[in-house]
Design a protein around this ligand. Sequence first.
Ligand code: R5P
Length: 262
Amino acid sequence: MIKPSTGRSVMLAADHGYFMGPTHKLENPRKMLEPLLPYADTVAVTRGILRSSIDPKWDTPILLRVSGGASVLKEDLSDEEITTSMEDAVRLNVSAVALSIFVGTPHEKQSLINLGELVNQGEDFGMPVMAITAVGKELEKRDAKYLALACRLAAELGAHVVKTYYCENFRKVADGTPVPLVVAGGPKLNTETDVFNLVYNALQEGAVGVDMGRNIWQNEKPVAMIKAIRAIVHEKATVKEAQNIFAENKSTVGEKPSVDRA
Ligand code: R5P
């Protein structure tokens, strides 16, 4: 999942449906994901979407979302448990499993115990675990003090990799987290340049990559977006270079892939 050649990763997040339902632009996951898979080092999905919507011909490593239990209809999204067995994760041949923790919420303890339990189960099979520092509907929580705490708790409990949000003073979050960190994109930003800045800055300040969804597949030109983001992550492209790559690829959405992920 993290490419040895660069030590970095472009993870494509498509696991939103497990609590958000048919999220805008991801109503038909197969249709949206197929053109993007060749450019993703990993794709994050639930087992339902893996079975129904990702053809076995693809060799993109799978990050399997294994927590759930709440929906957007509830005010508090933190009431999650482990929903998928480690045996099924192994049977599905996934590369890692992912679970949300909800630090500072009514179900903080439950979600942290879920993480410890998932790591315990994973150790029996050699299965890496990603912890996701979820904030539910409280997007304003995404500051360095909170995220540094949540990421450190995740690492201490045994997560092999942590997904969090980019924030001001992100270096503080990265410095306090002794395992690889990737950043989510969050709700769609206003411009492509905003996304490229987020990715560029996160990498400069210690992230090893992204696990990004809506800012790729809710864009009108998702293939151009993932190509530009890939250049920042793996080729050290600047924001200006990413803008140029996006512009060059805007008219070729859905084209046959040309990247070699080996
Ligand atoms: C939430 O469903 C997941 O943790 C997403 O995978 C995560 O938020 C990344 O997706 P986005 O970039 O759309 O925020």
